[in-house]
Design a protein around this ligand. Sequence first.
Ligand code: ADP
Ligand code: MG
Length: 293
Amino acid sequence: MTQSFLSVEGLTQRYPSSEFGELTVFENLDLKIEKGEFVSITGHSGCGKSTILNVLAGLDEANEGVVIMEGREVSGPSLDRGVVFQNYSLLPWLSALRNVTFAVESRHPEWSADQVKEHANYYLNLVGLNDGVEHRKPSQLSGGMRQRVSIARAFATEPKLLLLDEPFGALDALTRGTIQDELLKIWAGTGQTIFMITHDVDEAIYLSDRILLMSNGPYAKIAESVEIEIDRPRSRGSIVEDALYYDIRNHLVQFLTSRSKEFSGPSSESGGHLPKMVRLSENSIIKKKTMAL
Ligand SMILES: Nc1ncnc2c1ncn2[C@@H]1O[C@H](COP(=O)(O)OP(=O)(O)O)[C@@H](O)[C@H]1O
Ligand SMILES: [Mg+2]
């Protein structure tokens, strides 16, 4: 069997808890992601999504389990893995531009200062930060602008694996749409692999190849992996006309509103297991056939 680009095996995270003695956030999670895939994960707050992302980034270590990327175990952060954090952690003493050039310099130490600056400005422009705004410190920027700096910084380092923790949450709808489209263009052009946390089901469908559905914790599980078999390139206007769109959307909403509660509690199975693969196209074909009878 060929090896996946990214492989998570038996991931378990527990914290000491005054309430439960010990809180098992999740136990024995398995997951595989192929090179070039755009995978989103959704689930209620507190189920453990950011924890998984931080472990993939190498910033956190799980209590048990391993993450293997391109055949090597992830231990510690690397420039091959770029992160946009939920709280857009920028260096507060540096301008927006310097926050980006700082990252680009570490990625490309051989580049000249001009090259670094040009590259950083290209990505800042892409997220709409120019005309002097790039010289402001994070404290002089709005939440949405800070998030855009964080996005520009991650895009500019062109990591093999891009990890996005609710990256568009603080953006107004118009900016969000523009940056989502830029993300799709960058992804299509670079062959990067993307793992994104989102609470927005429409955003997840529009962007992803697969959506992972996580049940509520404690003992949260990645219950399903839903394939988004909608042709690319996708457009915001026409995607809603795809026969599959509402089937997928209903499936996701239904999971989040009711089924996400069903899986809680320790698993009776001893080994880890991969999420159940769900293809809604099979359902629609069956539905259409039945309707035709
Ligand atoms: N350092 C920590 N100590 C104790 N509990 C933690 C710590 N970090 C996260 N948790 C708990 O782990 C669970 C998962 O957190 P998180 O991964 O941030 O969830 P999500 O991103 O899905 O909202 C939550 O219940 C949270 O309270
Ligand atoms: Mg989170």
